[in-house]
Ligand binder design. Sequence first.
Ligand code: F3S
Length: 388
Amino acid sequence: MYLTREEERILDGEYGWACQVCMRILVKLGELYGATRLIPISSAHISGISYKTIGDAAVNFLNAIIEKGAKTRVFSTLNPSSIDPCLVDRLSKGLVEKQREILKLYEMMGAKLSLSCTPYYEYAPPKNSNLAWAESSAVVYANSILGAWTNREGAPSALASAIIGKTPNYGVHQSENRKPSILIDVQFQPKDEVEYGALGYYVGRIAEDKIPFLRGLKNPSLDELKQLGAALASSGMVSMFHYGKEQRLTDKLEVVTVEGEEIKAVMDELSPSKFTPDMIFIGCPHCSLKEIEMLANLVQGKKLKDNIEFWVCVSRYVKNKGEKFIEIIKDSGAKVLTDTCAVVTWTDKLGIKKIMTNSVKAAHYLPTMNKAEVILASMRECVKIAYE
Ligand code: F3S
């Protein structure tokens, strides 16, 4: 891989050990994927923020690079952590302190404590700009909806890119790799956000690392596409999808047809039994302003049942922007959390075993990461269960 004189000097350690380690990560990655050079990025989104998911080895690494002067060179946002102000009294002091230490380290490095998986609501990246984003749901949204360009970075490579300000030029940073390579003929219309998620999950499995073009979707909303993309990235290695008018297709592609029965099978697999939930979780990925408004309209004037928790996860930005909706939601008895989500915190330590959610991505991760049973239901159905 070609390196500029300055990049070579970083690799040789002239800019210190922290930059050298980060440059080594990027060069190795570039060599592995056949990149010819590094390209500048306009922002990085770093995952691996939750102490629950990264553990002590990563905290030690962060401490080591910060001691050697690691600083972000580009605007850098952070994925959710494991704590929120309304959870700190319910988790052990040790866990809370460890998480606070991690946040302090990232802040010292110069990253913005956005603590959300939807950084694009506050900072939409410029169209066609190159990014280094981790968090697969945000990657798919950035590439497919916003028209920015980012590979699916892992936590170490997004961090390395934040510190160097560059990423290896391979994958979907190259326009020839952004073309659709499989055509999905959608023969049914998803009726709500859960079915959009189930469709994404099914397509992700088929597509693996190919880029799907979804034909036949009728005017999906941005929130429905967000659910589709998040689920797509959970079951497959997909980093983007296309949808819309088929005229844009020039190549002959393999065609796969999806009908209602495939979607039903996904729902049955992810949501195998009926039960009364301990908790309802809305906001995976973190809610948009529109979703908050929709939820506020559904719960206005209602009171949450006694034996159930209702979590709504949003970014700090959306919480501030949607203050009047947030007040209505809180008045109904639901909890509005920023900085975390039900997957990356310890719901099991909070005594929560049965979770109902409208997110297929959450339904994919909760059984393994949180030892929880899951039932899928739309936001509307969740409100019915928790309030009526
Ligand atoms: Fe975000 Fe947590 Fe879902 S980080 S995408 S809400 S699993």
